[in-house]
Design a binder for this molecule. Sequence first.
Ligand code: ZN
Length: 243
Amino acid sequence: MGGKIAILGDIHSNLEALETVLEDCRREGVDEYLCTGDVVGYNACPHECLEIIRSLGCPVVKGNHDHYIASRASLEDFNPYAAAVVRWTRDQLSGEELEYLHNLPFSVVTKGITLVHSTMDRPERFGYVFDIQQAETNFSNQITPVCFHGHTHCPMIYERQFSGVGMIEPQAFTITAGRKYFINVGSVGQPRDGDPRAAYVIYDIRAKTLDFRRIEYDIESAQRRILAAGLPEHLAERLALGQ
Ligand code: ZN
């Protein structure tokens, strides 16, 4: 039995979303986890979310928020809302937790699957993949048939076959042997595709199927925590909109 892998990413310190997603994983009989990064940032529970993800004992790659929170690097590439939360989050985490984030790898290959936060084309630059051209550049640097990523917070399937690269809207999907897949698993803690429900993917490694999950969670509770922490109100509002 077994063979169901949950791929979670862009959790962004959203404890309500993470706990609800993990309950769904248990109901679905998930046996393993992979994390595409950005465990922290934007929401108000960085410590709790880090503790939960670390307790899963799974491979985790470094997201841009993890990277900037764990360093003293300049935040000029960040929008002001994101930068405010980066500074706030730095103050919430222990030295040991910041060290953990700092030491995360930019990409991992495990069981024939690649994990990266953004793209295999210079993952340390955190480029965004929104179209076929950007996906093609990733595929040139992707060694395994299947690679999971996040970063845009919008789930999507990019498929490369002989005739070229195609974009496939998230849906129940079966992987075809001989092709390559670059799969965006969406965001657990701050979806931006217009659907506010938490997003993640279950990959059945034997049946080669992808299940794009959308899970309702207690958004109002996550919003109250953002406001109570003194974080920008805009970050609470966008959770309800899925933007
Ligand atoms: Zn993110």
